[in-house]
Unconditional design. Structure first.
Length: 130
């Protein structure tokens, strides 16, 4: 027997329960590219997200229909994006980019592999008392 998930956002208030598409449908859309993007905000901070259309998503952020963070940091500018293999890969990469420091994000946006590599190396530890 196939498991069916309840999907309230697709059902009218008066309608009985309707089925959502199978859960794996979300991860197997055919020929739909997924992107991870970085926006540069007015205050020079970065916002990281994922979308199927980064340009349109950046416009939605500028229209005030994006994330809560960008609503108060407009205008924003799309400065970086990369394609991911799937939605799952895009979400994982988004999480990775969100963990980067501001300096590392700036190096990634600038395309400076050398600066990114330098920022990624552990600093030489100074041993006290030596």
């Amino acid at each position: 027997m196939r498991r069916v998930e309840w999907c309230p956002e697709r059902a009218p208030v008066h309608a009985s329960r309707r089925a959502c598409p199978p859960l794996n449908y979300l991860h197997t859309e055919l020929d739909v590219p997924h992107y991870v993007y970085i926006l540069l905000c007015r205050d020079k901070s970065f916002y990281v997200g994922q979308s199927q259309n980064p340009e349109a998503r950046a416009q939605r952020h500028n229209d005030g229909l994006g994330g809560h963070y960008t609503a108060s940091h407009r205008p924003v500018r799309l400065v970086y994006w990369e394609e991911a293999e799937s939605l799952t890969a895009a979400l994982r990469r988004e999480a990775e980019l969100k963990r980067l420091t501001h300096a590392k994000k700036a190096a990634l946006v600038a395309g400076s592999v050398q600066a990114l590599d330098k920022l990624s190396r552990p600093e030489d530890k100074v041993i006290k008392g030596s």
